[in-house]
Ligand binder design. Sequence first.
Ligand code: HEM
Length: 122
Amino acid sequence: MSAPERAIGIGLLYLLTIGTGIWLSNSGRPLSTLFIMVHKLIALATVVLTSMLFWRLLKYVHTGTVLVGLIVASAVLAIALFATGALLSTGKPMKSLLLTIHQLAPVLLGLSMGATVYLLIR
Ligand code: HEM
């Protein structure tokens, strides 16, 4: 499979992660452990496949400051999503702040991952 095909597959998986997140949020309270697990595993698969793609492509390009900055930003945003996701799963206090971060980070992560892939395969 070529790099652009892999990037499209990962993009679709990322949309599925967001879709299962919205579905989970609207599925009623208390949140189903099974639904959380499904959302978490799809998110994990997306992050692992993205890291593998970045790693492969990084061998062929010169890593400038912008590219490194985008990769670091993507990593920080992914960590923020996993941390807030884990806390939201337990129903801990400060839910609204955690949820705001968990809703905003996917938009920023999509932009930073998209820009990274563009710089890697253009
Ligand atoms: C790339 C990673 C992830 C993305 C893009 C993502 C995205 C989303 C989105 C868009 C929502 C819907 C928010 C809303 O509109 O109400 C959501 C909800 C949720 N996600 Fe994630 N998520 C990710 C990772 C995770 C992980 C790793 C976990 C668990 C460890 C998790 C747990 C949750 C929970 C519990 C909710 C429901 C929050 C609530 O309504 O109380 N997420 N996610």
